[in-house]
Design a protein around this ligand. Structure first.
Ligand code: ATP
Length: 971
């Protein structure tokens, strides 16, 4: 991750040179130890550098040995290691142990012992284990700053309290008692606590210091006070060998489900990497079991500081490593919200007049800056400059092999592509000279306009860097946001975006494009800790966020995604990353895909992969029909879910695998798990042009229901206008990936807010997953054509694609009921009337149903199209072809009760009236389908026969001229 802090501040003595020149000419004032090019400095510095190199080399040796002990953490990226610091603490542990424990004597040993004992008294005996523990932490998890800082703080408090207790217990000796007196008590640290003792008295101070020591234990064990009872109970249960169980379903003290998560996380506090992985897997299993019912479900996969998955209900942020709002911040937010002030989670933007507007997210172009008179200069103290927490980097270890054996139906053993097919990219940079230049420019700009603010640090993402600005007390946020245009000018970029404040932080964020962008390679994203945490086959690598954290999402939880952006913005690259992620992680038995590529060139690389259930569809008309097939597939899956009593396809599949799903005894069906079905449309606009209503109907139907059926849609378009992404489609596709759009209107269509129109293109995107109100800016993952080819070749080399021909086959034509519209009731009445009276007269319909001539004529034509009456014979009444005994069946057929979606062979539609004949073509296709991929239920001819008759709609409903609007086609 690329975060670092700076100590940049306004250099008051600088001339008011034009800020436009500042980035190019001003030397960065950021103090960074960097080798100088000047010969003089090199002469002075090289012995030190040799010593440093030696120290670090030795540190790496010790660190590698410690990391390798007991776990697989031997290899750690060089930029992540802090072995020099680790070695320091390791040697301190060694030295203190040598002198304190093993009583080494001699002049040097005595003086070192004197230092430690004089400082800490007898408490120095406890220093070796403390140093050792801390050095192990620094060696093994250098980037886990929160844990390391916590442990350092805990040991420091413990040392202070211990020395103070020793001092009080030894009768409060003072300096006049000499070295012997002090070293036998709490050393000089203990003496310093004497001031407190003088005021409190020995007993009170013993109590106070004991409480402080207890607090240090809480800090070390990361135990909030409210969790003490649970922790003690956990320890007790562990000691007594009883596990906490709530088998009766009752949770203690009326806790809800979240208690279990909390309790699991608390009582199973991970200790080693292996223990952490086990705890994480257990926690994940818990979440997997609540398929579809998880509160605040999100497709984002996040980990907590200890590497365990965070339940979505507890995950306020998208980025690993991002600080969550503290309780104080949340309380302050509540007050601010009541006062109508922006809260720490609000992101607001600067409008063209320089005033902040409360948009959820946005980008400024070049708003008018307003220079305002400066207040006094605020002296920032050193503590104000803090290093930002770094999200964990992906370890360069391969993607772990799947634990289960990947045996496909037909006893084919399948191996997923090796992670080497996706090589690692160059490590992300912490900071470059370009960043320093921008820091200098920002500092200059604020100084020129007398704004008391300081750049306290920045986090560098792959394409943009977010610079953090802290204000002096009394300085208005608007003073900085009003400078937006000047900032754009100073950094020579119009794509400057201001976040005020950065969610969760009391700081203003200024996002500025990097002059030196970095590519985010898909391999790194898929190897990141977030992606490795789950084996879910629908997980895809999205990219990297602005703070350098990897963004990974589960397509099954999105559950449908709209990808939009102008041409060249990066949609196709994103779709490629998505498909390759699936190919890397899922077998064809787990995920099947339907690819629609009207542009004909974008997805051809995947032709023939066994994950496809139909050849890549390039004809928009065929694509519209394929969507109708998806609707039928969804209906069939739903029938199975209903019949067997499952709510989600995952549960159904689990039960099938466990052998708990049995078809009726007289059925020949072999029940198999259903794969997830991912439908990818690479240009929605092309489909909407040929059959807008059909496509919209199918999409809406699929998106409303398909989640539980394991069917997921990804719709990409470069024309996110309202005629392509209609209101209905938008309402039903909850997750959005907006690449750079050509207008703010398009951005609003995709995200319901501005922002995408100011993205940089080429993979720069705003990702708004379901359930989140604010998009997160990501740089999309990139996968090269060579990588795609390697993965596709591997996949195709193992298994040939076997296509279901019924997908691309012409779908059964639209059933008449859909187009009868509001006339269904009156048509049913007309049918009843004609059949019971056996009199096919239009004027009788007019009289009895009180309708006009045109309507009665239309009803009669509909009856003819349904085979209820014969053709018109001039002024004579028509022949009635249906006998009164068959009335019920005929009414049901008109109503469409025959199971428009096509029930399964064991479905509830079994008892419905079947249409008289089956189209032999469709029957043949369905048998084919059966032979090829009869997943879940076999789609059999009987099943198709149970569908209503199919009719063709010739022209617009013409109820005025009485012309033939319908004709019966093959069944
Ligand atoms: N994630 C990325 N990282 C780096 N470069 C990218 C990324 N995504 C896209 N690009 C660059 O942008 C170019 C265009 O991307 P892409 O073809 O995906 O755009 P598109 O939105 O699909 O355009 P079109 O709609 O015209 O097909 C790519 O050739 C590549 O150079």
């Amino acid at each position: 991750m690329a975060t670092r802090s700076t100590s940049a501040r306004s250099s008051t003595g600088q001339k008011g040179s034009t800020s436009s020149r500042a980035p190019k000419t001003t030397k960065t004032p950021v103090s960074r130890s960097k080798p100088s090019a000047s010969g003089q400095e090199v002469h002075l510095v090289w012995p030190v550098r040799v010593a440093v190199s030696f120290w670090q080399g030795f540190g790496h040796l010790v660190g590698a040995a410690i990391r390798r002990m007991g776990t697989d953490k031997g290899a750690m990226p060089a930029e992540e290691r802090r072995d020099g610091a680790g070695l320091l603490f390791f040697l301190l542990a060694l030295v203190t142990a040598t002198f304190e424990w093993w009583g080494l004597t001699g002049p040097l040993a005595d003086s070192v012992r004197g230092i430690f004992q004089g400082s800490f008294g007898w408490f120095s005996v406890l220093l070796p284990p403390m140093f050792l523990i801390f050095s192990v932490l620094v060696f093994r998890q250098p980037s886990n700053m929160s844990t390391n800082n916590r442990v350092a703080l805990g040991f420091s408090i413990l040392t202070l309290a211990g020395c103070a207790l020793a001092h009080v217990a030894a009768g409060n000796p003072n300096i006049s008692d000499g070295f012997a007196g002090i070293s036998a008590a709490g050393g000089m640290v203990g003496v310093l606590s004497g001031g407190l003792v003088a005021n409190l008295g020995s007993v009170t101070s013993l109590i106070v210091f004991s409480l402080v020591a207890f607090a240090s234990v809480l800090v070390l064990s990361n135990t909030p006070v409210r969790h003490i009872p649970a922790r003690l109970r956990g320890i007790y249960e562990k000691l007594m060998g009883t596990e906490p169980g709530y088998s009766d379903g009752a949770l203690p003290n009326g806790h809800d489900q979240s208690y279990l998560y909390e309790h699991a996380a608390e009582s199973k506090k991970p200790r080693s990497l292996r223990a952490r992985q086990k705890a994480a897997r257990e926690a994940e299993d818990e979440f997997e079991d609540v398929v579809g019912t998880e509160a605040f479900a999100t497709p984002i996969i996040e980990l907590d500081d200890d590497g365990a998955p965070i339940p979505a209900s507890k995950s306020p942020s998208l980025r690993p490593g991002v600080r969550r709002p503290t309780r104080d911040q949340l309380a302050a937010d509540k007050i601010k919200a009541r006062q109508g002030l922006p809260t720490s989670s609000d992101v607001f933007d600067v409008a063209a007049d320089g005033e902040p507007v409360t948009e959820a997210i946005g980008v400024i172009a070049s708003p008018t800056g307003r220079a305002t008179a400066g207040a006094g200069v605020y002296d920032f103290d050193a503590a104000a400059t803090q290093a930002m927490p770094a999200p964990p980097l992906a370890p360069p270890t391969p993607i772990p092999a799947r634990s289960e054996q990947l045996l496909l139906s037909g006893d084919v053993t399948y191996t997923l592509p090796d992670s080497e097919f996706l090589p690692a990219g160059p490590p992300g940079k912490d900071a470059t000279e370009a960043n320093d230049t921008v820091v200098a420019a920002l500092t200059d700009t604020m100084q020129q306009f007398n704004v008391d603010a300081k750049v306290t640090g920045f986090s560098r993402g792959p394409t943009v860097t977010r610079y953090e600005i802290e204000l002096a007390p009394g300085t208005k946020v608007e003073r900085v946001t009003a400078l937006s245009k000047n900032i754009s000018y100073a950094v020579a970029s119009s794509d400057v975006r201001i976040l005020s404040p950065i969610p969760g932080k009391s700081a203003i964020g200024i996002e500025i494009p990097n002059a030196d962008k970095e590519i985010v390679v898909l391999g790194d994203v898929l190897r990141s800790a977030n992606a490795r945490r789950t084996e879910h086959p629908m997980v895809m690598g999205v990219g990297k966020d602005v703070e350098g954290g990897f963004v990974v999402a589960n397509l099954a939880k999105m559950p449908h995604l709209l990808v939009a952006g102008a041409t060249g913005a990066g949609k196709s690259s994103f779709v490629n990353s998505m498909i390759v992620s699936i190919l890397m992680r899922a077998t064809p038995d787990e995920v099947r895909m339907v690819m629609v590529d009207p542009k004909r060139v974008e997805l051809t690389a995947y032709e023939g992969v066994p994950h496809l259930i139909t050849p890549i569809i390039t004809n928009p008309k065929k694509a519209a029909e394929a969507l109708q097939w998806v609707v039928r597939e969804m209906d069939q899956r739903y029938d199975d879910l209903a019949n067997y009593g499952f709510k989600h396809i995952d549960e159904f599949n689990k039960a099938v695998k466990a052998g708990n799903v049995h078809p009726p005894v007289d059925s020949k069906r072999v029940v198999r798990p259903y794969p997830y079905l991912l439908v990818i449309v690479d240009e929605l606009a092309d489909l909407m042009m040929v059959a807008p209503r059909d496509v919209e109907d199918s999409i809406v139907r699929i998106t409303q229901l398909a989640r539980a059926a394991g069917i997921h849609l990804v719709l990409a378009t470069q024309r996110p206008s309202v005629d392509v992404v209609t209101g209905l489609i938008k309402a039903n596709v909850p997750s959005r990936m907006a690449f750079a759009t050509s207008s703010v209107t398009d951005s609003r269509v995709v995200l319901d807010q501005p922002g995408a129109e100011k993205l940089l293109g080429q993979g720069d995107a705003l990702f708004l997953p379901m359930g989140k109100s604010k998009p997160v800016r990501v740089q999309g993952a990139w996968v090269t054509e060579a990588e795609i080819k390697a993965v596709v070749d591997h996949v195709k080399g193992q298994l040939k694609a076997t296509y279901r021909e019924d997908v691309a086959a012409e779908a059964p034509k639209k059933v008449i009921e859909d187009d009868i519209g509001d006339d269904m009731d009156v048509l049913l009445q007309a049918t009843e009337l004609v059949v019971t009276t056996q009199f096919g007269s239009t004027s009788m319909l007019q009289r009895k149903l009180r309708v006009g001539f045109a309507k009665a004529g239309r009803l009669m034509d509909l009856l003819e199209s349904r085979g209820v009456v014969g053709p018109s014979e001039g002024s004579k009444a028509r022949d009635v072809l249906v006998k009164p005994d068959d009335l019920a069946e005929t009414l049901a057929a008109i109503r469409g009760d025959g199971g428009a979606g096509g029930g399964s062979a064991v479905g509830p539609s079994a008892g419905l009236p079947a249409a008289p004949t089956v189209d032999p073509k469709i029957a043949a296709l369905s048998e084919n389908a059966n032979a090829n991929h009869g997943w879940g239920g076999d789609l059999v001819a009987d099943d198709l026969a149970s569908r209503p008759q199919a009719v063709d709609y010739n022209d617009g409903a013409d109820d005025e001229d009485g012309e033939d609007a319908w004709s019966l086609t093959g069944r």
